[in-house]
Design a protein around this ligand. Structure first.
Ligand SMILES: Cc1cc2nc3c(=O)[nH]c(=O)nc-3n(C[C@H](O)[C@H](O)[C@H](O)COP(=O)(O)O)c2cc1C
Length: 332
């Protein structure tokens, strides 16, 4: 009998397959399917910081509060006609999913700043979410800011949120940092339960016929796994929290690679769009079959055995140039 359980920070999951935050996790019906096909946990679609702030401001303007935060936008919010109830809907989604699902439900907030919204995670915790994932991304494209200006924000956000909630907090990041290894290590020391490496973002593209700016591919492909694989392997056992791999994990092979590199669990999104959520069951079966073939009885038997620290060839994870090995490429 194979034991698939894994620690996801302080949560224990029945297996390491987590449905990552996406449009597939924004309603209970889908999430019940995700649970039925065997996922270990779900991360809800992110609530956006802007939505929290917008509704808070609208509420304050309705109340005519003199303590309004950005007075210049008061008029706008008086006339704002968009959906005002995203936060209430989100809390309702947490309540509903907690009453129907038995796997852990992890809420998610997309954040770009540390001000004015960090009271909201308390409501998420009160609604019963098992954990909170902070999906933080600040595009480092402002030439008037230093790397440390940018990176300070991450610490402020985490500190504000950690001061307010007792549920486990996970931080989902991109790989844009001035010194990624030291940045990730420092973030891991803030008391968070886990680092999710990495988020995948919307990317613009250019159509050379219409000369229009278009949207790049929304879904990842299996070749997108390498960036995460390298960094999971490099950071494994160096950070003070669990590592959860995300991006480019499309099948059981991808899951196995990430766990060998040191991940405690993986998040899946694009593959569930491409193959349907029932594909979780296939991945799980193949994952289990591989463990049986290799005579592993639990994840601890192989987790991290090919991390940079443990592998017999650690230098390979630091190699970035192709050098002589591929001089003859392509090989016919
Ligand atoms: C359609 C779609 C919507 C997504 N929405 C969110 C979101 O709201 N919050 C978030 O943190 N990540 C979101 N993601 C990113 C995924 O959770 C995941 O990190 C990313 O897609 C990489 O994993 P993958 O290669 O398995 O798709 C979204 C991804 C897709 C494809």
């Amino acid at each position: 009998m194979v034991d698939l359980t894994t620690n996801y920070g302080s949560l224990e999951l029945r297996n390491p397959l987590v449905a990552g935050s996406s449009g597939l996790t924004d309603n209970v019906e889908n999430m019940l399917e995700i649970e039925k096909y065997g996922a270990g946990a779900v991360v809800l679609k992110s609530l956006f910081e802007e939505e929290i702030i917008r509704e808070m401001k609208a509420e304050m303007s309705r109340m005519g509060s003199p303590g309004f935060i950005y007075p210049e936008t008061l008029e706008f919010y008086d006339y704002f006609d968009g959906p005002k109830e995203s936060t209430a809907r989100y809390i309702e989604l947490i309540h509903k999913s907690k009453s129907k699902l038995s796997i852990p439900v992890i809420a998610s907030i997309n954040c770009v700043d540390s001000e004015n919204w960090t009271y909201f995670p308390k409501k998420i915790a009160e609604a019963g979410a098992d954990a909170l994932e902070l999906n933080i991304f600040i595009l480092p494209a402002d030439i008037n800011k230093t790397a440390s200006d940018n990176e300070k924000l991450y610490f402020n956000i985490i500190e504000n949120v950690k001061n307010l909630v007792n549920i486990p907090v996970f931080v989902k990041l991109s790989y844009y940092a001035s010194n990624l290894a030291s940045f990730l290590t420092e973030i891991s020391k803030t008391g968070i339960d886990g680092l999710v490496l990495f988020n995948r973002f919307y990317n613009p593209d250019i159509d050379i016929e219409t000369l229009q700016i278009t949207s790049g591919a929304i879904l990842s492909s299996p070749a997108d796994i390498y960036q995460t694989l390298r960094w999971v392997a490099i950071m494994s056992n160096r950070v003070e929290c669990d590592i959860i791999a995300s991006t480019g994990i499309h099948n059981a092979e991808g899951v196995i690679k990430q766990i060998l590199a040191g991940a405690s669990a993986v998040q899946l999104a694009s593959t569930l769009y491409k193959n349907g959520v029932s594909y979780i069951e296939t991945i799980l079966k193949e994952f289990e079959a591989w463990m049986i073939k290799k005579k592993y009885t639990s994840m601890n038997d192989f987790k991290g055995t090919l991390s940079q620290e443990k592998s017999s060839n650690p230098a390979v994870y630091s190699r970035v140039q192709f050098m002589k090995y591929f001089r003859g490429f392509p090989v016919s």
